[in-house]
Design a binder for this molecule. Structure first.
Ligand code: GLN
Length: 547
């Protein structure tokens, strides 16, 4: 077989100015999407400036969701956006943190791989970064690699990554672009859109030896010509390199908005790539179908990582939220999601009755004992009142505990995560995890990544998947205790998905004759759902909710 010549990859770096949280990840994902629509092969990388070697050890209320890749690497939620928008399946080569970069360099130094030379921050750290970017691009055989640098330029901690960009640009200027995602505030009292912070951001980038090739101007409203001209003049760009990126109702509109300013044409021209026919119309159709949904479907998400000071942070469950939206749109409904802190049910049991006002209840993954009793009460309420219930990971473990307590009659049933001395450990630590915890081996050591589940025929799961196997992503330390499986089954709960050897319970459900939808998964189906391909279990849940 003739092997195709390796492409000459082009690199687009996405950096942030002014402030964080204005949608760099969505901008990077949308750039990828519009380039794919022009027939290009695209890959994406995220660089996080933390010392943490991966995102698995970070507190969710601080950092948001931990997105698990198929190979088990624990990463930032932006990786989920890349996969969802671009339909990619990424791996550990596509994510790096400062900690992981330093760790490789130090490990290599210890192995004498630098041949006795003095190993220095510059150039060895940027060289390691460049090596990783190139390797990921090569592995994907990508025409274009999009690399998002976390944080905001001017922060001390991402300067070495900008140094890597500078070094790449010196070597191959025609192959490297820098897109600055900036923010233009409209201060309430002044009422005018201000460009000055963007000018400062652009200058900060200059002081790192870089010039923005594109400025993506985020703001509450579209940019007017006057503002475009101003940014162009002060940031040394032509007006057509400034892209207006106003707030949108749906993140899925962003690629379409970018194309209103002809971004793919501009990028192709700047990179010297030949323009091909634009197929973004397919995406536009799915997005417009989603918009047509009018009748609401009301889903309560009962969790605990919602509060940060006086604010509510739903970022922690971003993939769950997106997966709910994808499935709602697919059944022609408008998703109305409500966040409920499970601890509220512990303080006031009467509050549980509010769940009757929802079409369905979802309990996502979680850790530790805070809020657990409230979640158990919510599950019981759903079971007894025939409200559709969907549990994810901890949401499955707690569903099994609830069933063991109130149907099987094991009053003290619990998980050893909450009560290590419980009389009935229906959820217990996975054997290989016990040793890891004893060694204090916490980082990247859970049961992580993709495993196959065998689906039992004639179950809700089988009908949803339409297949006898499913490959799903995991992130847990505990499992349904095999010693209790027969008794729980005997009491009527069906384990409709198991590991191929039958030892690990991966999906639990009640038969349709007993409940409209009472199903939970040990894995995280939310990591594999997209607007174009909603996840089958979410779809089944939303169908039940819409009934
Ligand atoms: N805390 C549970 C475990 O470790 C569930 C984890 C999760 O929900 N991701 O098994």
């Amino acid at each position: 077989m003739a092997t195709r010549k390796q492409r000459r990859t082009k690199y687009i770096f996405v950096v942030g100015g002014v402030m964080s949280g204005v949608g760099k990840g969505i901008a990077a994902s949308s750039i990828g999407k519009i380039l794919q629509a022009r027939g290009l092969t695209v890959t994406a990388l995220k660089i996080d400036p933390y010392i943490n070697v991966d995102a698995g050890t970070m507190n969710p209320t601080e950092h948001g969701e931990v997105f698990v890749l198929q190979d088990g690497y624990e990463t930032d939620q932006d990786m989920g956006n890349y996969e969802r928008f671009m339909g990619l399946s990424l791996d550990r080569g596509n994510y790096m943190t400062t900690g992981s970069v330093y760790k490789s360099v130090i490990d290599r130094e210890r192995n004498l791989e630098y041949g006795g030379r003095c190993v220095e921050v510059v150039p060895h750290i940027p060289l390691e970064v460049i090596g990783r970017i190139r390797a990921a691009a090569k592995k994907a055989d990508a025409d274009v690699a999009i690399i998002e640098i976390g944080g905001t330029i001017g922060e001390y901690q991402n300067i070495l990554f900008l140094e890597a960009v500078r070094m790449m640009k010196i070597e191959r200027p025609e192959d490297v672009l820098v897109a600055l995602v900036s923010y233009l505030p409209i201060p309430g009292k002044i009422g005018e859109m201000k460009t000055k912070p963007t000018q400062y951001a652009s200058r900060t980038l200059n002081s790192a030896g870089l010039q923005a090739d594109i400025i993506i101007a985020r703001s509450a409203v579209p940019l007017d010509e006057r503002r475009k001209e101003k940014i162009a003049t002060f940031c040394s760009l032509r007006k057509d390199s400034i892209v207006s990126a106003p707030d949108v109702d749906s993140i899925y509109d962003v690629p379409l908005n970018f194309e209103k300013d002809h971004l793919s044409d501009i990028l192709l021209k700047k990179l010297g790539l030949r323009a091909r026919k634009n197929t973004l119309g397919d995406w536009a159709r799915v997005v417009s179908r989603a918009k047509k949904a009018e009748k609401p479907v009301r889903v309560a998400v009962v969790g605990k990582y919602f509060k940060t000071g006086d604010f509510v942070l739903s970022d922690v469950y971003i993939s769950v939220i997106e997966a709910l939206k994808h499935a709602a749109f697919a059944v022609g409904r408008k998703p109305e999601l409500t966040w409920i802190d499970s601890e509220e049910y512990e303080n006031d049991r009467k509050k549980l009755a509010e769940l009757k006002g929802f079409d369905g209840v979802l309990i996502p993954g979680g850790f530790g004992s805070r809020g657990v009793e409230g979640k158990l009460q919510a599950i019981r309420f759903c079971r007894e009142n025939k409200i559709p219930y969907f549990g994810l990971c901890y949401g499955m473990q707690l569903m099994v505990i609830e069933y063991a307590r109130h149907v099987l009659g094991l009053k003290s049933a619990n998980t050893t995560e909450v009560d290590p001395r419980t009389k009935d450990p229906v959820i217990d630590i996975l054997p290989e995890q016990r040793a890891k915890l004893a060694r204090k081996d916490y980082g990247g050591s859970m049961r992580l990544g993709s495993y196959t589940a065998v689906i039992a025929p004639k179950t809700i799961a089988a009908a949803a998947y339409g297949a006898s196997e499913a490959l799903e992503r995991h992130r847990h330390r505990y499992e349904v205790n095999p010693e209790y499986v027969d008794r729980i089954r005997g009491a009527g709960l069906v384990f409709s998905g198991t590991s191929p050897d039958g030892t690990l319970m991966e999906i639990a459900e009640l038969p349709k004759s007993k409940h409209p939808f009472f199903l939970a998964a040990q894995f995280h189906p939310e990591f594999q759902s997209s607007l174009e391909h909603p996840h089958p279990l979410f779809l089944a849940f939303l169908k039940a909710c819409a009934k």
